[in-house]
Every structure is written in structure tokens, then in C-alpha cells.
Design a protein around this ligand. Structure first.
Ligand code: FUL
Length: 694
């Protein structure tokens, strides 16, 4: 065996100590990036990592079929016959959700616990002979299922007699105190910004400092939701679409929740380099409305729609608060829970195998040129290890060589947000073998906690990610790559002015089947070849299929009332008024404020039980919020059937409004007089008007 002479051994030792210590000293002298701008608290980080949790709207509205109760409801209407909060918790858990937020008190003031500060509570209801406490049952169920528990409390209270006076602020603070001290840990306190008028017409000037102090005194770690945080923010719409640019930072000075909030576009995108860390939360309902209604059992969002919501919320640096409203039994309806499980399955399939596994990665720059911030940190699955460049290096590229050729269509990126949100521009290229060159794949502006980019499926072994703009040196901690299954879109069913039904599907070359008898369509049902006539009321259910029926879409159900084939809009006499009865919700009429009321001649006298107004499904549209509705047999003598009525919550959730009359009427003409829009515009917008005869 060869031995090293003693004098050489001591030389080697000295040299290795010297070089070794220099190496580790150099490594350690590489300082981590300084936090940039506003950064999340430890509790905001915990909250952000929850990503997905349930909203439960439940209260008198569940039983009265309205979205906003007025506080005058008899508390006895609240009477769930088979309430089981453990079923809600089991459903949320199985769906992959991390918590439940309950509407402890909505705008009608009804308290789901026996509050000492109200006479409009479960105590006054028939449920459990007034002995029940829903917050107790739900908080215990959440605990049992390992879920976080959160509460929604509306400061706007249409029942409390003190509302609209300074005393009410203390009443509301007492109410908060009660809820936040009585049911264990609360992860999120949800403040609704709605601020309507009280009975005496007075608006409340809210004491937000008092409310926040009350929350933090009881629950120091709670995330406070409102339009402007401070814990997290409303992202500006109730359709589930966070901004493609979405900063978790927001300028809050001078703003307040509700009427004093920043514009909805700002809430949607946050402020680049904004002064406070107020990340976005996407609240959206699985049904068209927030409360359960038997009328919407066939309007529960499809899996395709839920998957879309996933990408426009969690995929865009926002948490997803998905509302799944319990029904009149006090349970989550089977249609909703089935849809949740199917949704979860698609997401699991889409993100089953990270194709970055085994990849090698090179960066144009590495902080300190050492191993501590090397790009391999992006693939190690460890949250707190990250790749960074040197201070001042605001652009960079990463080149990833996959283990072998891979086929994929999703790229997941994460910034290490404990050091702030920095990246403002990123483009992604892939190596295109046939071009023998790099080709454009996709691009984005912000990343934040999590960004998932979707693009057409490609097969390649190399991708290159360019950080093209960053507010400070980029700091990223994770990259993942996936092949999500292609989706066969469900068909769209519409009926035109002539009463002909058209069924279309956005996926290529589908074969469509449908039924008219309410049964679920199969490949043996009627095959759709061309538009068909449906002048009377009826239900169309349709599916799309490809590959000889091997792949079948979800079922779509459209419930039609009588068709507008015989109708005519006779007022106002302005262009395009026919668009409000053409069956196409995409075509809209714009009606200047001073126009004559909208009068529709139904062509014959019919029994009318209600009417429907389809607004434009965008919060910036000046949809009608307040209206009069009258009917007439002859077009001259009018009878008022709705006077100065409100379309509830239409500003934030502009979905189809089905309004039932107190008493059915028999008439030939209907007259809609818009009184107020959701914004101060110079025209109102109507997509469709219909009548309810069923
Ligand atoms: C809105 C409310 O007015 C709706 O009723 C619902 O509770 C939604 C989550 O917030 O502002």
C-alpha cells in the first residue's frame, strides 16, 4: 500500500483546511436576498398554503329562496330537517379542502348561534326547538375532520334596530366578540363590504378600527378578509376570475372595505410594489347564487367550469373559497358533493406526475456563484430552498433538460414569497426538434405564491424560462411540469327567437345526443343533426361524445319556458331592442337612461308567474339594480306587480335573475322600468328578458 510521507501529509491537511474553510466561508458570505417591499406574516403564509377551502352560505335565505333577506323574515322559517355539520365537514375533507367558512350572520341579521345581542337567531327558530347552536356543531365537526374553521359576519344588518346609529358599531363588536371567543380557533374572519340602508334609511359608518381590534384581541392569528384586508382581499368579482396579473401587494391608505374600496380592477390585479401584503382570495359559488335553491339543482357548475375556476384562482396566485351551500335539510346536496369529487379527481389526474423529475437545470446567473442558491433548489420539493440571482440582476434565464422527451401542457411556477413578490414578466420557450430551434410556448406577467400556465400540449426534452422583468433579484423556489388530460367540453344549448334549439360544442368533431323528456342522454338518445323547434316550455339535456362514444362529456341541462317566437319589443323605439328576446345572452341592448320603459308584447294573453332578467355577466357592466315591473292586458292600462324592487347582489354577482310574482297574473304585455343601475352610467344593459309561466 502506498503511503504519503509525513511532511506531505501535513501539507495536504493544511491545504485542505485552508481551501475548505475558504470554500465554506465564501458560501456563507453569500447573503440571502433582502426581503423586497411588503412581505407576508407567518400567518398569511400558513393561510396561503391552505389554497382551497369551503364557503357555506346558510340561513333563512336557504328556506325563502332569496339571495338577500330583508331581516323581516319570521325566524321560524329557519328549520333544517336533517342538519348534519359532520356531513359538510366530511364532504369538504374528501374534496381536498382545508377549512370551512360559515355565514354566521348574513345581511338579514339572523345569527346561526343564540346571540345575546340579537332577537333574530336560531334561538327564535323552530330548529331543535330553539336549543341549537350551528356554530358549535360546525366548529366541532371541523375539529373532528382536521379542518380549519372560519366565520363570515356581515356588518350590514337589516334586522338590528340600532343599525344606522353609532351604537350599532358596539353591538356588532359585541357580536364579533361572542363568536370569536366561543368556538375555538378561527383561521379567517370574513367581513362583507355590503353596506345597505337600515329601516330608517340611515347608512352605518362602520368603526373598522374597533372591529379589527375585537378580532385580534380574540384571535390574534386570524386572517381578516375584506376589500382591503388587512389579512387577505376580495379579488374584485364573484365569478372566480383572479387577474392574470395578480400582485399580492395592495395600496390601502385612504381606502375602506365596501363603498370606500379601491376599484374592482385594482382588487383583481393588486398593485405592483403595493404598500401592504394583502393577497387575493377568490370567492365563488358552485351554484349561480350564494344560497341553496331547489331551482338551481341542475345549475351546479360542471366539472369543466370548476377546473377552469381552479386555474383562474389557485393557478393565478389566489386562494379559492368555493361556496357549497347546504340545502333545506341542512346537508350538502348530492349533486354538489358529486361534482366536488369529480373535480378533485380531474385535478389529481392533471397533477399526478411531475415531469420535471430527473431534470437538470442551468441558470444564466446564480447568487454568489455557489451552491446555496443553485437552480437545482427549484426541483428539490423543499419549500424554503430557492434559486436567486445577485442583487441588481433583474433578468435571468433557466434552461431545463428533462430526463428524456416528455409531453406536457402545464407549467407550475412558485416565487419564494416570504421574501416578497418580485417577478413582473416571464416567457417560456421549448426546444422544437423540427425547427431545430427554440419556439415560444407561453408567457405571463406575475407569478407570486403559485402560478400555473396552460398551453397546447408539446413534446420536447428542453424548456427555457426567461425572467424578463423583476422588481428585485428573482427568487423562485419551485418548478413543476405536467400533462393534464384533454377535456371534452360539454355542449352549449340555446334557443333562438324563433324557438329553434341550437346545440354546439367547442371540442372538435363531437357527436351530440339529447333528450327532451328529462332523462339523462346516452349514445342511444336522439342524435343532434340540426336545430329543432321547441316553442313551448321544455327541458333539453345534452351530451357530446367523441371516438365513437368512448369519451363522453358532462350532461348539460337547459330549462326553457315558452319561446319568444310571438313576442315583439314595442318600446323603447331604439336600435337592437330585439336582442333582449333573441335567446342569445351574448347579444345585448344598451338603453340610454332617459329612454321609455321596456315594453314587450307577448303576442297573446298568458298566465305569468314571474319574469327573468339576464344581465351582462361582468361587474363593470351597468346592469339594472332597481326596477318597476307592470303588466297589462291591452298595453294601455297597467298593473304594477313589482314596485321599486331590487335585484339582490347583482352588482357583484351579475347572473340571471328569476323573479317570482307574489300572485300569478294573466296578461299580454309586460313593462320593465329601470330605476337604477349598479354604476353611474348613462345607459342600462339588458342581455335577455323572459317570462316564467311554470
Ligand atoms: C356579497 C354578499 O352580498 C353576498 O350575498 C354573498 O354573501 C357574497 C359572498 O358576498 O357581498
Amino acid at each position: 500500500m502506498k503511503t504519503t510521507p509525513a511532511f506531505l501529509r501535513s501539507y495536504y491537511l493544511a491545504a485542505s483546511v485552508f481551501f475548505g474553510s475558504c470554500f465554506s466561508a465564501c458560501e456563507h458570505s453569500v447573503t440571502p436576498p433582502e426581503p423586497y417591499g411588503a412581505i407576508p406574516s407567518a400567518y398569511q403564509m400558513e393561510w396561503q398554503k391552505m389554497e382551497y377551502y369551503m364557503f357555506a352560505h346558510f340561513g333563512p335565505n336557504t328556506f325563502t329562496n332569496v339571495e338577500w333577506g330583508n331581516g323581516e323574515e319570521d325566524p321560524k322559517v329557519f328549520n333544517p330537517t336533517n342538519l348534519d355539520c359532520r356531513q359538510w365537514a366530511a364532504t369538504a375533507k374528501a374534496a381536498g379542502m382545508k377549512g370551512i367558512i360559515i355565514t354566521a350572520k348574513h345581511h338579514d341579521g339572523f345569527c346561526l348561534w343564540p346571540s345575546e345581542y340579537s332577537t333574530h337567531t336560531v334561538r327564535e327558530s323552530l330548529w331543535k326547538d330553539g336549543k341549537g347552536d350551528l356554530l358549535k356543531e360546525l366548529s366541532e365537526a371541523c375539529k373532528e375532520y382536521g379542518l380549519q374553521f372560519g366565520v363570515y359576519l356581515s356588518p350590514w344588518d337589516q334586522n338590528h334596530p340600532a343599525y344606522g346609529t353609532p351604537e350599532y358599531n358596539q353591538v356588532f363588536a359585541n357580536t364579533l366578540d361572542e363568536v370569536l371567543s366561543g368556538y375555538g380557533h378561527i383561521f379567517e374572519q370574513w367581513f362583507d363590504g355590503a353596506n345597505g340602508e337600515g329601516h330608517d334609511g340611515k347608512k352605518q359608518v362602520y368603526d373598522w378600527d374597533l372591529f379589527h381590534e375585537t378580532v385580534y384581541r380574540n384571535q390574534p392569528h386570524a386572517i381578516i378578509f375584506s376589500d382591503v384586508g388587512p389579512g387577505c382581499r376580495w379579488m374584485g368579482n364573484e365569478q372566480g376570475i383572479a387577474g392574470a396579473t395578480n400582485w399580492s401587494t395592495l395600496n390601502i391608505t385612504g381606502f375602506e372595505p365596501g363603498l370606500g374600496a379601491p376599484p374592482t380592477d385594482t382588487l383583481n390585479q393588486g398593485n405592483r410594489g403595493g404598500e401592504a401584503w394583502v393577497p387575493a382570495e377568490t370567492d365563488v359559488s358552485i351554484r349561480p347564487g350564494w344560497f341553496y335553491s331547489p331551482d338551481t339543482d341542475d345549475k351546479v357548475k360542471t366539472v369543466e367550469q370548476l377546473v377552469e375556476l381552479f386555474y383562474t384562482s389557485i393557478g393565478r396566485n389566489s386562494n379559492l373559497l368555493l361556496n357549497v351551500p347546504p340545502n333545506r335539510e341542512g346537508r350538502i346536496h348530492p349533486v354538489d358533493s358529486t361534482r366536488l369529487m369529480e373535480f378533485k379527481q380531474v385535478i389529481e389526474e392533471s397533477f399526478a406526475e411531475n415531469l420535471m423529475k430527473g431534470a437538470t437545470i442551468q441558470a444564466s446567473a446564480v447568487r454568489g456563484n455557489g451552491s446555496r442558491y443553485e437552480p437545482a433548489n427549484l426541483l428539490d420539493g423543499v419549500y424554503d430552498s430557492y434559486w436567486a440571482t445577485n442583487d441588481g440582476e433583474l433578468t435571468a434565464w433557466l434552461e431545463i433538460a428533462l430526463e428524456q422527451q416528455k409531453t406536457f401542457n402545464r407549467l407550475l411556477l412558485q416565487e419564494y414569497i416570504p421574501l416578497g413578490q418580485r417577478v413582473a414578466g416571464v416567457t417560456v420557450d421549448y426546444w422544437n426538434d423540427s425547427l431545430n430551434d427554440w419556439a415560444f410556448l407561453t408567457e405571463a406577467t406575475t407569478i407570486g405564491y403559485k402560478r400555473i400556465l396552460r398551453f397546447p400540449t408539446v413534446t420536447t426534452q428542453k424548456i427555457r424560462i426567461h425572467i424578463t422583468e423583476s422588481l428585485a433579484c428573482p427568487v423562485l423556489n419551485n418548478l413543476e411540469l405536467y400533462k393534464a388530460p384533454e377535456f371534452l367540453s360539454a355542449p352549449a344549448v340555446m334557443r333562438n327567437k324563433e324557438g329553434r334549439v341550437l346545440i354546439t360544442c367547442s371540442s372538435p368533431d363531437p357527436v351530440i345526443y339529447y333528450t327532451l323528456d328529462g332523462t339523462t342522454p346516452t349514445t342511444s338518445s336522439l342524435r343532434y343533426q340540426q336545430p329543432f323547434s321547441l316553442e313551448q316550455a321544455g327541458t333539453v339535456k345534452a351530451i357530446a361524445t367523441i371516438q365513437n362514444g368512448e369519451q363522453i362529456s358532462e350532461v348539460v341541462t337547459e330549462d326553457f319556458d315558452i319561446s319568444p317566437a310571438k313576442w315583439a319589443v314595442i318600446s323603447p323605439e331604439i336600435e337592437n331592442m330585439d336582442l333582449i328576446i333573441d335567446g342569445n345572452v351574448q347579444s345585448v341592448a344598451t338603453i340610454p337612461l332617459e329612454s321609455d320603459p321596456v315594453i314587450i308584447d307577448l303576442g297573446e294573453t298568458i298566465g305569468i308567474k314571474g319574469f327573468c332578467y339576464v344581465p351582462v355577466n361582468h361587474t363593470s357592466a351597468n346592469n339594472i339594480s332597481r326596477y318597476h315591473l307592470s303588466v297589462s292586458e291591452n298595453g294601455t292600462d297597467w298593473k304594477s306587480v313589482k314596485s321599486s324592487a331590487l335585484f339582490n347582489n347583482i352588482k357583484n354577482n351579475p347572473v340571471r335573475q328569476d323573479i317570482r310574482l307574489d300572485q300569478p297574473v294573466t296578461s299580454r304585455f309586460i313593462k320593465l322600468e329601470p330605476l337604477q343601475g349598479v354604476h353611474d352610467g348613462d345607459a342600462y344593459i339588458i342581455a335577455e328578458i323572459g317570462v316564467i309561466t311554470k
